[in-house]
Design a protein around this ligand. Structure first.
Ligand SMILES: [Zn+2]
Length: 259
């Protein structure tokens, strides 16, 4: 049995037998893994609080040939996110992000870019007080991009002409962006300038910067972005992600408080 080490983020845990837990986490070096943590539910467990959801940890685990489930040997906390759990909105945001990770990250397939983006997004969520909706939109756009499902944001899908930041762009049913001429005079969903500029901004900023730069962006722009990303994600998964409807209701609440 090989001992493997990696940085990881806990996505969720399940109880197993009397004293154990199954831990699902995204690792930097090996992608998504499911590990048995023996004795994790005992009072004096060697894992301590390291297996709480969304904790960033350094892990060591062993795998057996032909088995998907691995055995966790060590979990050392790099950063815990206890602070986040005091806000219902941010707990919902983290659960939703975890669900997307589970949907988009295939087991045992490392994707360092995706790992770093997820890590930066959870840190941004912890460090930015009012940026939850912005960070979620950022996370969705990059999840789609790294999985190969984000339409080209720079040019029309049909004629390849580069878009200017002030022209009217349409998202068609196939999830492609097109210019007025190619969309038969405007078939599809029209993007506002604000939403398009924010979409482009995801490509050059970190999640924390994106939230900061967008602090004065109106809630209606984030709502529009949420509708766009929701459509693109639904196309890929062919269904709704569970906590999305709950998050949209938070977004609507925030909007009614702002206006
Ligand atoms: Zn075109």
């Amino acid at each position: 049995m090989r001992l493997l080490e990696s940085e990881a983020i806990v996505l969720r845990t399940y109880n197993l037998a009397e004293a154990d837990k199954i831990v699902v986490c995204l690792t930097r070096n090996y992608g998504l893994i499911r590990a048995v943590a023996r004795g994790a539910r005992r009072l004096k467990s060697r894992f301590g609080a390291g297996l709480e959801p969304f904790t960033h940890i350094n892990i060591a685990y062993q795998e057996k040939e032909g088995r998907e489930l691995v055995t966790l040997r060590q979990a050392e906390i790099v950063r815990s996110h206890f602070g986040l759990t005091s806000s219902a909105e941010r707990v919902a945001a983290l659960s939703y992000m975890s669900e997307l990770v589970l949907e988009f990250a295939p087991p045992h397939e490392p994707n360092e870019k995706f790992y770093r983006m997820f890590k930066a997004s959870t840190n941004a969520l912890a460090d930015t007080e009012h940026g939850t909706q912005a960070i979620l939109r950022y996370f969705e756009v990059w999840t789609l991009r790294l999985a190969g499902f984000l339409p080209d944001l720079r040019a029309c899908a049909d004629c390849n002409r580069g878009f200017s930041e002030t022209e009217t762009i349409y998202l068609n049913v196939e999830g492609k962006l097109r210019c007025v001429a190619c969309s038969a005079g405007g078939q599809g969903t029209k993007l506002s300038y604000g939403a398009y500029a924010r979409l482009r901004a995801t490509q050059r900023l970190s999640p924390a910067e994106f939230a900061q730069h967008g602090a004065h962006t109106g809630a209606e722009v984030y709502k529009e972005l949420a509708q766009i990303t929701e459509r693109l994600i639904k196309r890929v998964l062919e269904r709704e992600v569970r906590s999305q409807s709950q998050l949209l209701s938070y977004a609507l609440q925030a909007q009614s408080q702002n206006s």
